[in-house]
Design a protein around this ligand. Sequence first.
Ligand code: B1M
Length: 228
Amino acid sequence: MADNDDIILRDLNDDDLVEQMKDDLYDGMADEVFEGTQILLERGWDANNILSEALVEGMRIVGVDFRDGILFVPEVLQCANAMKGGMGLLRPILAKSEHSSSLGKYVIGTVKGDIHDIGKNLVGMMLEGAGFEVIDLGINNPVENYLKAIDEHQPAILGMSALLTTTMPYMGVVIEELDKRGILKELPVMVGGAPLNQEFADAIGAHSYGRDAAISAELARALVGQNR
Ligand code: B1M
């Protein structure tokens, strides 16, 4: 794709626009990613498709080059910022509840030592859309934060996110503490994040493993007995 300075996003057909948005996300161009998202919405695209085909796919490419040492932390931060611009526009659409009654509160946070929050935020949006009131604890949460939030909000579900192999074991630390305090038998725990899998979730005693945001929202409804 051409350098964004040379092109008018509105002139591109859908396929070229999606390609350009991935390039713009890679280049950390937040305004352009926002505009591309807006154009696709105006063209009648489903918010979930914009997310998966342009934004999440763009971030996947960023992840590969980050891993391979082609991109570095400051650049990836800009990519994350560009992605958040597009997500901000999709948020009200994704979070608009199709369900009239609230399914209760869902406390979610990224675990201690981990500052990745894009996936967690996406899960939060989908959960709101599924009918939950989402209490977002943000990033880098020690066990004390989860305990305080459980005490304060009495949630229907607790969710933890981790993107690093070095931070995912901390989910087990939180679950152990919940068990010690007798909370675990009352409160379902969902875990998710790119390095996790069902086997890991089972090993640490989580009730549920969410592979992606859409599945997690469905699983959460099932956990509170509201499966569609
Ligand atoms: Co980081 N980082 N990062 N990073 N980063 C990864 C995770 C990495 C895989 C990159 C790579 O090497 N390819 C790698 C981890 C390797 C490993 O552990 N095996 C890595 C590393 C190494 C690091 C640092 C250590 C780099 C450094 O400093 N040298 C550092 C750590 C900082 C820290 O946390 N202490 C670091 C920093 C950063 C940035 C700050 C620059 C930035 C984060 C910005 C932000 O989040 N605000 C960043 C980013 C952006 C990434 C990548 C490129 C993208 C992550 C992302 O947002 N994906 C990532 C590579 C990758 O994953 N491809 C990488 C898009 C998002 C929609 O997907 O988060 O997977 P994801 O969420 C999905 C599912 O996983 C699931 O649903 C979501 C939506 O479908 N899900 C849940 C997530 N949470 C869930 C919870 C649930 C249910 C489902 O229930 C509660």
